[in-house]
Design a protein around this ligand. Structure first.
Ligand SMILES: Cc1cc2nc3c(=O)[nH]c(=O)nc-3n(C[C@H](O)[C@H](O)[C@H](O)COP(=O)(O)OP(=O)(O)OC[C@H]3O[C@@H](n4cnc5c(N)ncnc54)[C@H](O)[C@@H]3O)c2cc1C
Length: 260
């Protein structure tokens, strides 16, 4: 991990609530793994604390990395003011990345909202390694279904569910996962962005013995393990351990995570 000031190449609004930023990252792109994140300085005065963002896409040829972010509060509002040509102050890459086993042929991604920002880099990696990648994207509305085109252009099979269409409730998503699993063997599952859907994947994965991973998004402060602001509970055999999402995570085996 290191401190870097990366040149911003673009920072544009892509839907009502979401923005997309591309930064030049020469020398960094080969050291970043899907699931890792950067702690970004949004403002030197207020908000003082850096904010964590996953790497959305890695472009090794162009030596760029991308962030996809939801405008939430003070920090992300400030990020929308960044202009091309300015420098982005980032600390990272931080955290534990996803694991893709060599013998997995088909992987299933289950993302809610901006959770797809975290899973897209993984989809890139899976496709690059000739794995079949199936993604279920869940959002409030079609307008919030992010990254659909980016995923489809990579060759990912995308299934969209929304509140708008009445297709995103847990029962409907469970039915969809079961349908997918009944048609082909799924070797691994990955999720991010919703406790409700993560619990669902935990149950379905356990039923079908599919190893699965989750990228947790807990509120963070230091991002490097010193403050313990981001602890979550992990079941380790017979004991429950409190671990830091920033250093022991953000990626964990889904079966071990204690869902509140
Ligand atoms: C590993 C990880 C990856 C993530 N990746 C993405 C991503 O790719 N895209 C995305 O959109 N989101 C992502 N998030 C979520 C993102 O970090 C939050 O949405 C972002 O931090 C919101 O910042 P904000 O300032 O806009 O919102 P706010 O709600 O204003 O603040 C966010 C956090 O800062 C704390 N905070 C705010 N003000 C203070 C204060 N005065 N004193 C102390 N604490 C304060 C709050 O407790 C809150 O936890 C990720 C989160 C994690 C943990």
């Amino acid at each position: 991990m290191e401190l870097n000031k990366l040149a911003i190449l673009s920072n544009i609004q892509v839907s009502a609530r979401y923005w997309h930023m591309i930064v030049a990252a020469p020398g960094l792109v080969n050291r970043i793994e899907p699931g890792q994140f950067f702690n970004i300085l949004c403002e030197t005065t207020f908000p003082f604390l850096r904010r964590p963002f996953s790497i959305y896409r890695i472009n090794k040829a162009e030596e760029t990395i991308e962030f996809l972010y939801l405008v939430q509060g003070a920090g992300t509002k400030k990020m929308t003011e960044f202009k091309a040509g300015e420098r982005l102050d980032v600390f990272g890459p931080l955290g534990v990345s996803f694991t893709l086993e060599e013998d997995w042929e088909t992987v299933l991604l289950l993302a809610r909202g901006v959770g797809i920002a975290t899973l897209t880099a993984l989809a890139q990696e899976a496709v690059y390694n000739n794995k079949k990648c199936i993604a279920i994207l869940s959002a409030r509305s079609h307008n919030d279904l992010l990254a659909t085109e980016a995923l489809q252009s990579m060759g990912v099979e995308v299934h969209k569910v929304t509140e708008e269409d009445g297709t995103s409730d847990v029962k409907s998503v469970e039915k969809l996962i079961e349908q997918i699993i009944s048609k082909q063997r799924v070797d691994a599952g990955f999720t991010c962005g919703s406790k409700r859907l993560s619990k669902l994947l935990q149950n379905v994965a356990s039923k079908h013995s599919i190893p699965s991973q989750i990228a947790l998004e807990e509120n963070m402060a230091c991002g490097m393990g010193a403050c313990f602001a981001c602890v979550c509970d992990i079941q380790n055999e017979n004991e429950t351990l409190s671990v830091r999402v920033c250093t022991e995570g953000p990626v964990f085996d889904l079966e071990k995570v204690v869902m509140a």
